[in-house]
Design a protein around this ligand. Structure first.
Ligand code: UD1
Ligand code: CA
Length: 477
């Protein structure tokens, strides 16, 4: 592969931070307005759960030790995380301060270092902002640095209240704000760097004495300031870092923001899109130069596509490795590899576990599942190849079926190099077609075919002359 272009827009560069600093991601909230059967943090932005965006941002900023606070539907979130990081369950939702209290032990382990707090439902927080805020936090020797942003519509966010000289005084929640405070457009992103020991001390002091009766994490900042400790706000460059999603409308807005940023970055790196209608490309997709993406194409997961390819229209490629000079027209491919010079489509389904070697031709209405296809092989039309190892330079005629399922179990078939599988052949697996062998059209192959043989299974063709004229009810036609 000549040249890959990272689609990742948020904090592409890994800035290493080898200290014992750590992160806590708050993801216990219910997110009622999402109307989802999943915890809110698992709602997806460009097919990637919000929690994974946030975890990636923390990890890409070099933080090795990260924990997640779970709560509502915690089993689902834990199952999704699958041991990627430690979790602490918050049994009742008593506020962001209470959520952080669940990680006391984790914070204590990082005594003498800094703790980053992130919101599990703010997926556009990026590693660059996190790292810049940490540098500022350390240089200024703050005990707490809140990451803020200036937004056009501050409604719903905590406001950053400063004095006339611009010194941070406190964060005031919407529910507790006066009309004057509500006019402030600098808001709290919900992300902070704390000195671990100060955070522990302040967590012991937070009380739920506010309009919502919650333990506010923002009070840890207020209490620090009141104790004469140094706190400040680090204003992020982009207002997007504060953006969260409370409902599906806001989730769509997040999708649209990142979708257009990813497309723009790819265009600037030499990926060609004559029209971006219906094109959705995930944040972890990599595409080479001069590859052209056509409308209604969804590229997701850890998909890597080489250069000079033509992908689309109407294709969905998920977790696939695609070489150079590949053409995929109306293809649905998942968890598979398609090597350089191959082409597939229109209307091809490449199901998980398939590996298509170089210069393979796959024509219309072909389905391939959990199979390997050797170099230069042709499957031109209307075939099903499942659980099969197909060699190189094989020709598979129209309408061939590998009969891989006996009603109970799946079996594999093998088609060796240079074999010719005639049209409408059924291969009853497990079965092998030897090298250079032929199967005659219409044959059902029930035993292995040795190399250089012809397998033919046909009844004698009978011609009944004048049958139509003699046969009732057609007699008088
Ligand atoms: C919080 C901040 C607000 C900020 C906003 C940014 C406080 C008091 N307010 O408000 O200043 O502008 O985030 O989005 O901190 N969570 C738990 N357990 C809880 C409550 C929340 O784990 O008991 C998690 C949520 O899942 C979410 C995060 O904490 O990921 C933020 O909680 P949320 O209720 O959305 O806070 P806001 O009221 O929006
Ligand atoms: Ca929120």
């Amino acid at each position: 592969m000549l040249c890959f272009v990272m689609a990742e827009v948020f904090g592409g560069g890994r800035i290493m931070n080898f200290s014992q600093d750590c992160a806590i991601i708050l993801a216990g909230g219910e997110g009622k307005r999402m109307k989802s059967s999943m915890p809110k943090a698992m709602c997806e932005v460009l097919f990637k759960p919000m929690i994974d965006w946030v975890l990636d941002a923390a990890e890409n900023s070099g933080l090795g030790d990260v924990c997640v606070i779970t709560g509502h539907l915690h089993e689902k979130l834990e199952a999704h995380l699958g041991g990627r990081c430690v979790t602490f369950e918050q049994k009742e939702r008593l506020g962001t301060g209470h959520a952080v209290m669940q990680a006391r032990e984790f914070i204590t382990k990082h005594s003498g270092h800094n703790v980053l707090i992130l919101n599990g439902d703010a997926p556009l927080m990026d590693s660059e902002t996190i790292s810049s805020a940490l540098a500022y936090h350390k240089n200024a020797d703050n005990v707490v640095t809140v990451i803020s942003a200036r937004v056009d519509e501050p409604k719903g966010y905590g406001r950053i209240v400063r004095d006339d000289a611009g010194v941070l005084l406190r964060i005031t929640e919407e529910a507790d704000a006066t009309d004057e405070v509500k006019k402030i457009k600098e808001v709290n992103s919900g992300a902070y760097w704390f000195k671990a020991d100060v955070l522990l001390e302040m967590l012991d002091k937070i009380q739920p004495n506010n309009a919502q009766g919650e333990y506010y994490l923002t009070d840890a900042l207020k209490l620090s300031i009141e104790s004469g400790l140094k706190a400040a706000a680090f204003t992020a460059k982009s207002p997007n870092v504060v953006r969260g999603a409370n409902d599906r409308v806001q989730l769509l807005e997040l999708n649209e923001i990142v979708r257009s940023q990813i497309i723009r970055n790819l265009l600037l790196e030499g990926v060609d899109m004559p029209c971006t209608d219906g094109i959705i490309i995930g944040p972890d997709v990599i595409i080479g130069r001069d590859t052209r993406i056509l409308p209604n194409t969804v590229l997701q997961g850890n998909t890597k596509i080489g250069s000079n390819c033509l992908i689309g229209p109407n294709s969905i490629i998920d977790d696939c490795f695609v070489g150079d000079n590949v053409r995929l027209n109306n293809v649905d491919a998942k968890n598979s590899q398609i090597d350089s010079g191959s082409d597939a489509g229109p209307f091809v389904h490449i199901r998980p576990g398939s590996s298509i070697a170089a210069n393979v031709h796959i024509g219309n209405f072909v389905e391939i599942k959990n199979s390997s296809i050797g170099e230069g092989t042709k499957l031109s039309h209307l075939s099903y190849i499942g659980d099969t190892d197909v060699g190189a330079n094989v020709n598979i005629g129209c309408g061939c079926v590998t009969v891989n399922f006996d009603g109970k179990e799946k079996h594999r078939a093998t088609i060796k190099d240079n074999a010719f599988v005639g049209c409408n052949t059924n291969l009853i697996s497990p079965v092998t077609v030897g090298e250079f062998s032929y199967t005659a059209a219409g044959t059902t192959v029930t035993h292995d075919v040795p190399p250089y043989a012809l397998a033919v299974e046909r009844d004698t063709l009978t011609i009944k002359e004048n049958w139509v004229n003699e046969k009732k009810p057609y007699k008088n036609m």
